[in-house]
Design a protein around this ligand. Sequence first.
Ligand SMILES: *Cc1c(COP(=O)(O)O)cnc(C)c1O
Length: 362
Amino acid sequence: MEQRAFNFSAGPAGLPLPVLEKIQRDLLVYPGAGASVMEISHRSKTFAAIHEQAKSNIKQLLNLPDNYHVLFAQGGATMQFTMIGMNFLQGKSADYIDCGAWAKKAIEEAKKFGTARVCWTGKAENYKRMPKTPDLDLDANAAFVHMTSNETIQGIEFFDEPETGSVPLIADASSDFLSRPIDISKYALLYAGAQKNVGPSGVAVAIIRDDMLERVPAGLPSLLDYRLLQENDSLYNTPPCFAIYVVALTTQWLLDEMGGLAGIEAHNRKKAAILYDAIDQSGGFYVGHAERDSRSLMNVTFVLANKDLEGEFIAQAKAAGLDELKGHRSVGGCRASIYNAMPLAGCEALAQFMRDFQQKHG
Ligand SMILES: *Cc1c(COP(=O)(O)O)cnc(C)c1O
């Protein structure tokens, strides 16, 4: 078999090797089912158990209070932008924190359903940091406040939730979901496309508090109605069964092998420190994008001071088995995405490569 590269893809991103091996083992026959997970009814006992496992693992990892529901929806995080507008804006005004590329997309979608009021923007600073609560111009009557907990493209992350008082806080956590412990009780709704940290694309996880479901207006398109989704336990129609199965395996791996969210946070901090140290100790050869206290633990963004070397850096890294280091097409530069599944050895190999490359070209 061909060698697996260290895959720094921003998404869909690498999955834990033990999870892939388990999928491979069970691919033709899932134990007891006589068929693969792709080939059985979503109403079968086998799938019900898989679905239950995915939900209960997420509950356990987040220490989820009983007034929250774990839902699986289709359409990725982008469809959540739409659902939030349809379900909770309804012509009203909500506060959006404009902290980067994904926030902007969420805002553009929300405008179709009401007023998406920008309560802070990092645009003038080229999205180098997350705001603190006092930076925000919050409207006490807003329908909700929307934040992006990790801006995947800019590589900046929130480490303190904004204090929004009685206004519900909604978070797009697509690229840092289940990467460290959070106080979930601060959120009314937290959602994530699975393909960065917890599974393949095709499913989004939405964790929603009871009182939000009461706000959902009648008559929404069925698949875009959070209340209907909850009332049907995410099975109003055929869900993305295989993707949910992988979420069950990935969350089980977090619990059994990585020490839950506290364990994975320690692991993720160590990994990120290796790369940020390599940047900081390069004497300006590599330049990080984010301000220090907003540096993402998931997406490490940087440029080479000598832009002419960037193409060579990315190409040589690829040849050395360090793949997908090109920054997003909208911002350029380099980006190492180091989600939960990236092993420590991948970050060590990249840091060593960075030092070697600098020695040759510095
Ligand atoms: C990847 C990403 C999205 C878009 O996810 P899709 O599942 O492709 O819709 C949205 N928000 C953030 C923060 C992301 O990282």
